[in-house]
Write a protein that binds this ligand. Structure first.
Ligand code: DC
Length: 221
């Protein structure tokens, strides 16, 4: 099965690189962070307290659909399309909070595995992107990459992304939030963000999108 995993911290360039790579190879692209955002969104709107028991019940009572419409991944929760709603700083924070809970990780890892395998079959391959793709969800993937970049560069990229969307955000504040999310994602006890032993590291600090994609294609070829 043609599965390529891309993991790494916020702002390392994972999603743009994964999307471009998938397009070049004709593969599907699965953004697993969006699925954590979906659960974070539901916790946010229902206002429940985060604990294992509540989150286990919430996951069991959630219909989370992930589908590709014209190559764009859509996230539908209990029949409501929340694809755009989950892209706010609040949802970034919420997704990172819920991702530390075991019932959420087990529920989403199973769904990610199932979706990734189906899409790989349908499209001839899949590029899966997240935090634990190479370590937990697809440990036998054909190729594994770990993207990283300096914190200042990652902050600038995320800040620009939010500004381009018309949000009023401060660069220093954005960097601080990324540092908090890094600490949460790398420091959690269950499936923390870390490089898989057999993953290839690409530092994207000084590289443009095309250069990163070219580096990855070189390894694959
Ligand atoms: O990639 P993203 O920023 O959309 O991810 C949102 C959060 O979801 C991230 O802070 C940590 C969590 N996440 C995770 O724990 N495991 C994944 N495979 C993907 C995301």
């Amino acid at each position: 099965m043609n599965i390529i995993t891309i993991d790494g911290p916020v702002g390392a360039g994972k999603s743009t690189v994964a999307r471009t790579l998938a397009k070049i190879l004709g593969y599907a692209y699965l953004d697993t962070g969006a699925m954590y955002r979906a659960i974070g969104w539901k916790v946010y709107v229902t206002g429940i307290e985060c604990n294992d028991e509540n989150l286990e019940r919430l996951c069991a009572n959630t219909r989370l659909e992930v589908n590709l419409t014209n190559d764009i991944q859509r996230i539908i929760v209990d029949g409501k399309d929340i694809t755009s709603e989950i892209r706010t700083p609040d949802m970034s924070r919420m997704s990172s909070v819920v991702s530390a809970y075991e019932p959420v990780r087990r529920y989403l890892a199973a769904l990610q595995r199932e979706t990734g395998l189906i899409w790989a079959k349908q499209h001839g391959g899949v590029v899966v992107e997240g935090r634990d793709m190479g370590t937990v969800v697809f440990p036998d993937a054909m190729y594994k990459f770990y993207l990283d970049a300096d914190i200042t560069e990652r902050g600038k990229r995320r800040w620009k992304e939010l500004i381009d969307k018309g949000m009023e955000v401060d660069l220093t504040e954005t960097i601080k939030k990324i540092e908090e999310r890094d600490a949460n994602d790398m420091g959690r006890s269950i499936d923390p963000l870390k490089k898989a032993d057999d993953a290839i590291v690409v530092n994207t600090t000084k590289l443009g999108l095309e250069e990163v994609v070219e580096k990855i294609l070189e390894k694959i070829r």
